[in-house]
Design a protein around this ligand. Sequence first.
Ligand SMILES: NC(=O)C1=CN([C@@H]2O[C@H](COP(=O)(O)OP(=O)(O)OC[C@H]3O[C@@H](n4cnc5c(N)ncnc54)[C@H](OP(=O)(O)O)[C@@H]3O)[C@@H](O)[C@H]2O)C=CC1
Ligand SMILES: CC(=O)N[C@@H](CCC(=O)OP(=O)(O)O)C(=O)O
Length: 345
Amino acid sequence: MIRAAVVGASGYTGVELLRLLHRHPEVDIVCLTGDSSAGKRIQDIYPHLQGIYNQPVENTDPDLIAERADFVFIALPSGHTGSIVPNLLKKGLRVIDLGGDLRLPGDMYSKWYKKTPVPEPIQKQAVYGLSEWYRTEIEKAQLIANPGCYPTATLLALLPLVEAGAIEPDSIIVDAKSGVSGAGRAAALGSVFSEVNENFKAYKVNHHQHTPEIEQQLSKAAGKKVVMTFTPHLVPMTRGILATCYARVSAGWTQSRLFDLYHSTYEGKPFVRIRPVGNYPQTKEVTGSNRCDIGLSLDDRTGRLTVLSVIDNLVKGASGQAVQNLNIMAGFEETAGLDEVPLYP
Ligand SMILES: NC(=O)C1=CN([C@@H]2O[C@H](COP(=O)(O)OP(=O)(O)OC[C@H]3O[C@@H](n4cnc5c(N)ncnc54)[C@H](OP(=O)(O)O)[C@@H]3O)[C@@H](O)[C@H]2O)C=CC1
Ligand SMILES: CC(=O)N[C@@H](CCC(=O)OP(=O)(O)O)C(=O)O
């Protein structure tokens, strides 16, 4: 049995970890921590957990965590990793960080997050946890940078194409939409019902912090620097991301060859489903599950390919992928604790 701590258990991704890990056969939750909610019982913060979890939420004390746990999920706002994670690593714990602190080199992190980066050796030690693509590195890792929600949806859609040279990398445009839980539980004007309901807006246009994270992985796959246009939008729904990706196809790539490429790339990957020709995924079709569904269409008139990718931001976009990474790191069945059928309708 793995003894796991959830740091930031009172937030949305923290409580989603509790939902998923409750049915994990190999994981015991031994410590929950928070900030303003420290001292309360988790069931008093989240009454839907009554009779399921009754632990207290404690202050985030790395020494206390290291005494009880051997595996730690960090589900904190960005900027806190540096004060907690080095201590945990020194004590030999394995750590999965759901925030953005470990995904970018320090200079890029300061530029896009406007926060102080973690010390360079810690950032360099982190393995980027896009489970379907970096399994071998994840297996051996002590520290995982769990990918962002938009990058997960976008990279699962685009990496097969970029790696195979099927598209011109300088032609990529990603137009993505997220549900409001992507912004977390902390009160913010932009998440208030009357601001979000019956509204639809783009935000952080050309300035979203997930832009360099996506470009970094696309560049690695292309073997050269890739930049793209990325526009996120906020949709009045609770969960879900739909990333619509556009690119010009390279010479010689037909629609059927593109479908073959996706099928062979994701063969044997339990959470990625490729939709048949003419069928396009909807966010509701993956809600509550760790799945990423992908649909595509090549427009012969324009020579442009459209790839649609959907995930649940709190599951494959955060806590579900974190559990998938734990499974890979610990040598468990990749689907352990994650075999949910999507919640539909
Ligand atoms: N929401 C999403 O869809 C996704 C989120 N992420 C990332 O995951 C991380 C967590 O996000 P999310 O769960 O949505 O955020 P929430 O705002 O819902 O939760 C944040 C958690 O961090 C705790 N916390 C806040 N400030 C501090 C502090 N100073 N010291 C210690 N603990 C603190 C809060 O404790 P308390 O409530 O007790 O004050 C709470 O438990 C973020 O880095 C986010 O970017 C990544 C992918 C998707
Ligand atoms: C809807 C919404 O506001 N989503 C958040 C997702 C941020 C996130 O997950 O933060 P990391 O940078 O730590 O990955 C945003 O766009 O900023």
